[in-house]
Write a protein that binds this ligand. Structure first.
Ligand code: FE2
Length: 206
């Protein structure tokens, strides 16, 4: 069976630097009727478990450490038995979210540039794209002509860099080097909001 991409939106609160924001987060499932890989674990595990629908979960990959992308990771791991992949450069953000609630809970595996996942006969390769946060990472699925960018690249340009641990020149460098070099028709599946394409964002990154 051919791998396909499914989207679930989970709403909640993003908190950083003492401020709270209501946000809608995209969760991406890549797989088929038998198995899926899950990209991001926002807010609550329930809606994500429902979207998985009893399929085997091969991995839970977190694009970065902001709470609105990782709050449900520990519960989702407990519900599915799948390992949590997380870039160690965002460990300080993991600790903010999980330190008090689950002090014993750590990610299972260290995400890094080039980490490759196979699911449902297709492959995804990790691109380390620091800037929105030091550990921000994207997943490129060449067979599906898709890239999953978390909060690094949105429809309309780069992700926010105004808060702690973010850096604008770094995110622009990452996007230019790792994302804008992909084929222009590559569909960009973002952490919030609508899809875009690499070609459509060529002029928005500055
Ligand atoms: Fe973020």
């Amino acid at each position: 069976m051919t791998a396909r991409i499914e989207k679930t939106v989970v709403s909640g609160v993003f908190s950083l630097d003492g401020q709270d924001f209501d946000v809608d987060n995209n969760v991406w499932l890549v797989g088929d009727d038998a198995e899926v890989l899950v990209i991001d674990a926002p807010h609550r595990a329930g809606p994500i478990v429902q979207a998985i629908g009893g399929r085997r979960v091969t991995a839970i990959v977190l694009t970065h450490g902001h709470n609105d992308h990782i709050t449900a990771a520990v519960d989702l791991r407990a519900a599915t038995g799948a390992p949590v992949w997380f870039h160690p450069a965002d460990t300080m953000l993991w600790d903010v979210v999980h330190g008090e609630v689950h002090p014993e809970a750590r990610p299972d595996e260290a995400l890094a540039e080039g980490t490759r996942f196979r699911v449902a006969g297709t492959s995804l390769t990790t691109l380390h794209t620091p800037g929105h946060s030091p550990g921000s990472s994207c997943l490129h699925a060449p067979d599906l002509a898709a890239v999953f960018t978390g909060d690094t690249l949105f429809c309309g340009g780069p992700g926010a860099t105004g808060r702690s641990y973010s850096d604008h020149p770094t995110i622009v460098r990452s996007i230019r080097a790792k994302l804008l070099t992909l084929h222009g028709d590559t569909v960009v599946h973002t952490g919030h909001g609508e899809d875009t394409t690499i070609g459509a964002e060529l002029g928005t990154v500055r």
